[in-house]
Design a protein around this ligand. Structure first.
Ligand code: TYD
Length: 196
């Protein structure tokens, strides 16, 4: 299984990934986590470029779109290997991030056409104002106007993709965690009603 957490910056993805991993392990599963952008060569370059003042410009967005796709492609063998070992893969972001943050969509889809489609995407949907408060402001994307568009793109993607489940991330971390577990439980035949 390849499970992905998506959402705008500050939505709580990394906290929730830790909680989900622990819970799946307590249910007897092997779990590995991955993060996009990665800490490999292309991922490092991406993180540098994200801090540039022109990161939101059209040409930088397209450059980043290509780099995100390349960085992601470097993960594909690892995901496949883990799946063959029956290890559950939980990823912080996927090509749905590129569809939500970069454009134009048709081109982003084309350059990501060999990316693996997740079995389940948990979209942590957070108010943009809360997101901006929680962000450290290091990336050029972390502003209200840009993130309002990204949030809407995510919600549109959820309408047209059955594998995306929306989780209200405005709730406290425990409630968000139990909503995530309830969405994940059916994939592994774990009792849904036993989740607090
Ligand atoms: P992330 O590491 O999740 O953010 P943070 O700095 O909060 O840890 O991701 C870095 C930024 O990259 C984030 O603003 C989202 C953006 N991003 C894209 O624009 N497209 C993509 O395909 C991916 C994977 C991330």
């Amino acid at each position: 299984m390849y499970i992905v957490l998506e959402g705008i910056d500050g939505a709580g993805k990394s906290t929730q990934i830790k909680l989900l991993k622990e819970w799946l392990e307590n249910n007897g599963l092997n779990v590995e986590t991955i993060v996009e952008p990665t800490d490999m060569e292309v991922g490092k370059l991406i993180r540098q470029l994200l801090t540039r003042s022109d990161a939101e410009s059209d040409s930088m967005q397209k450059t980043l779109g290509l780099l995100f796709a390349a960085d992601r492609m470097m993960l594909m063998d690892k995901i496949e290997r883990l799946e063959n070992e029956s290890t559950v893969v939980i990823s912080d972001r996927s090509f749905y991030s590129s569809l939500a943050y970069q454009s134009p969509q048709e081109w982003i889809k084309e350059i990501n056409k060999y990316a693996k489609i997740p079995d389940l995407v948990l979209l942590l949907d957070l108010d943009v104002k809360k997101s901006v408060q929680r962000c450290d402001g290091t990336d050029e994307f972390e502003n209200e106007e840009f993130l309002t568009g990204v949030k809407q793109n995510y919600l549109d993607l959820a309408k047209s993709n059955d594998n995306i489940k929306i989780i209200d991330a405005n709730n406290g971390p425990n409630k968000v965690s139990s909503d995530i577990k309830k969405a994940v439980a059916p994939l592994f035949d774990i009792c849904k009603d036993c989740i607090a």
